[in-house]
Ligand binder design. Sequence first.
Ligand code: ADP
Ligand code: MG
Length: 397
Amino acid sequence: MSKRTLAQLAAAHLDGQRVVVRVDLNVPMADGKVSDDTRIRASLPTIQYLHGKGARVVLLSHLGRPAGGPDPKYSLKPLVRDLEKQLGFPVTFLADPTSADAVSQVRHLPRGGVALAENTRFYSGEETNDPELAGRFAALGDLYVNDAFGSAHRAHASTEGIAHRLKPAVAGFLMDKELRFLGEAVDHPKRPFVAILGGAKISGKIDLVEALLAKVDRILIGGAMACTFFRAMGLDTGNSLVEADRVDMAKSLLAKAGDKLVLPSGAVIAQKLESGAGTREVARDQIPPGWAVYDIDSGSVTAFAAIIAGARTVIWNGPMGVFETPPFDHGTLGVARALAAATASGAVTIVGGGDSAAAVVAAGLENQVTHVSTGGGASLEFLEGKPLPGVAALDDA
Ligand code: ADP
Ligand code: MG
């Protein structure tokens, strides 16, 4: 079901109007400063567009996980300067967006003015989607734009409740882009359609494996996830990260998937997870006691890359190894490069997952794939076919 978007609203809907925009400014902070402004930059197109149309813009976002109530450590106030620098004009801070004072501050914004509200999670009721709080957020505006794809899988007052109280309620540019890329890939994939799954745990991604098996032509599995499958095949896995309580499930997935599911033929193993640790490449049935799998081996990278090269749609979620600790980043880098090469020859390639996205960015390949999703958990739930409450609540197109 496609959703009404900001681009579809007539200029008269925006000029002079108060627009509440839920953005994702949940940025990493270090020493009270923004240490990575990717999310700020990703939210600029919607803000600049509204500014240009003469709207009065109110930005709502959460930051971190404050434990019940205001906590200066999680204040959004330091982001005012970052926003001002990027936008090139002053930004008003709403210290308490639930107050009557905030409503008046917004009414006094000039046409095209922008205000940033304090962390939505400072107010009890945000995470329980309290209608009273949603009503207070709604009182700040005349219409609602949700541009926070990364928070859309949560039914919170600022993502879901408010969308029922403030109409029109539409998707912003970033939200729309995410829904189009992920939606197209899943609903109308050009084939062959290949998924690559990895990461630490299979338990969080069972629904994903099940949902994708029904849709894709191939699933390539790497990361520690592969070790649970190795165990299901009766192989010794040494000290590798295996989820013992998921081995039976892995067995039934293997039986169901047949040759759709491709596991690594070998692994990079070590006795310790350390940069300088001695490593070996072994076949998957040669993992000795005392050693653990930390990456897929070079033969598997080559095999995966060949399958990726033949694909026309690729979805990737989860690194192939402990990429944070070189040399166990080879498999992940190899897959990232294979995605870039497939993109150059016309495939649609999508990276969804916080750590896999970070790996692609670290490799400097973010502009050589079709789309890097900004929403880790949200993209996972979307690919699983679950409705995202923050999206469902928006107006239908
Ligand atoms: P994403 O955020 O892309 O969805 P996950 O959060 O599921 O990915 O998994 C990422 C984590 O998986 C990384 O921290 C990585 O170190 C870990 N990981 C990958 N392969 C292994 C392995 N063989 N053993 C232990 N941890 C692994
Ligand atoms: Mg992760």
